[in-house]
Every structure is written in C-alpha cells, then in structure tokens.
Design a protein around this ligand. Sequence first.
Ligand SMILES: CC(C)(COP(=O)(O)OP(=O)(O)OC[C@H]1O[C@@H](n2cnc3c(N)ncnc32)[C@H](O)[C@@H]1OP(=O)(O)O)[C@@H](O)C(=O)NCCC(=O)NCCS
Length: 171
Amino acid sequence: MEKSKKASESLTIMTNIVLPNETNSLRNLFGGELLAKMDRCASISAARHCERRVVTASVNHVSFDRPIPEGGIVVLESKVSRAFSTSMEIYVDVWLDDPINQKRIHTNSGIYTFVAVDEFNRPIPIPKMEPETDDEKTRFEAALRRKELSLILSGRMKAADSVELKKLFGS
Ligand SMILES: CC(C)(COP(=O)(O)OP(=O)(O)OC[C@H]1O[C@@H](n2cnc3c(N)ncnc32)[C@H](O)[C@@H]1OP(=O)(O)O)[C@@H](O)C(=O)NCCC(=O)NCCS
C-alpha cells in the first residue's frame, strides 16, 4: 500500500477519573482495569491509522511504575509508533493529572501490536507511518527490534532468523 500517514494522525487521548469499583484493596487503580483502558485507547489509534477494523495481536510490554489512586484523573495518550505490512506497533503513555496543582506525572506505558483485518478476519495491508518528532523517530527505530522479540517469544520466529536482535547482541 502506497499511502503514508503521520504518527500524529493516530493520536488518541482518553481522560477518566478512577472510580471506587475500579480499584484494588489498596484503593489504587486495578492493573487489569488500566490494561483494558490502554487496549481501548491503542485500538482507536490503530484504527485511525489504517482506517480498518483492527485486533490486538500482542501486548509486548507494560510497566506499572506508579500507582494511580481512587479519584485520580488518568490521561492515556496513544499513537502508532511504526507500521509494518499488516501489523502496527502502538505506544500508550499514561499520566496522572493533577488539575489543582497543575502537575502531570507519567505513571506507566505500554506497547501493543494490532493487526488490520478484513471482514473474514484476514490480515490486510496498511499505510506506512512517517515519524516526525525526535521521540517518534526513536520509537520507530526500535520497533522492528521489539517486533522480532515478540515474534520469537510467541514462537512465530526463530531467534536465528532475527536481524535487528542479532545487531543488538552482536551474533
Ligand atoms: C492477529 C491475527 C489476525 C494474526 O493472524 P495470522 O493469520 O497469524 O497472520 P500473520 O501471521 O500474517 O500475522 C499478521 C501480522 O501480525 C504480526 N504478528 C502476529 N503475531 C504477532 C505477535 N505476537 N507479535 C508481533 N507481531 C505479531 C505478524 O508479524 C504480521 O505482521 P506484518 O504483516 O506486519 O509483517 C490472528 O492471530 C488473530 O485473529 N488473533 C486473535 C486476535 C484477537 O482476537 N484479539 C483480541 C484478543 S482478546
């Protein structure tokens, strides 16, 4: 597919307040609730990029660096970080927003792979993605390495067939 899009065209921002039924016994946002929110946000970015139906193929990495308390305002921001043939990597950043003190704390991030599918759930080609900012370029460069790692861990690729990981580990 010749069409190419900018990362910013897939930008998705979701803002929520943490309600009591979403928390764990420490009254912080339950990890599974956050994962669901991140998956939703990422799926919208993926659909905005490829203008197709998408499915989650893999959750490549999620970190929970800081807790998000009950009543906290959670802001999720996602963008396509790289498009391959039928799959794309989506980066999700999560922030705890404090409007009273006008502060924002980065609480965690996640990296997802989505695949564009047709009406028979078969993968279909997607537009390329052009990174523009320095951050977008950094994430774009590393995405192929992460794709190879994800394919190896899911048994879809032999470690010996990797290109980017071999460069990284020098063998
Ligand atoms: C994702 C899915 C469409 C892939 O179908 P498939 O027949 O295996 O297709 P392919 O092997 O051609 O893979 C399609 C693309 O996904 C990528 N991919 C598949 N699994 C991957 C993984 N674990 N990590 C990274 N990329 C992956 C492939 O590399 C390929 O990318 P490319 O075309 O951009 O190079 C299929 O496995 C599926 O429908 N899974 C269920 C999805 C779902 O229900 N998600 C919701 C979970 S609740």
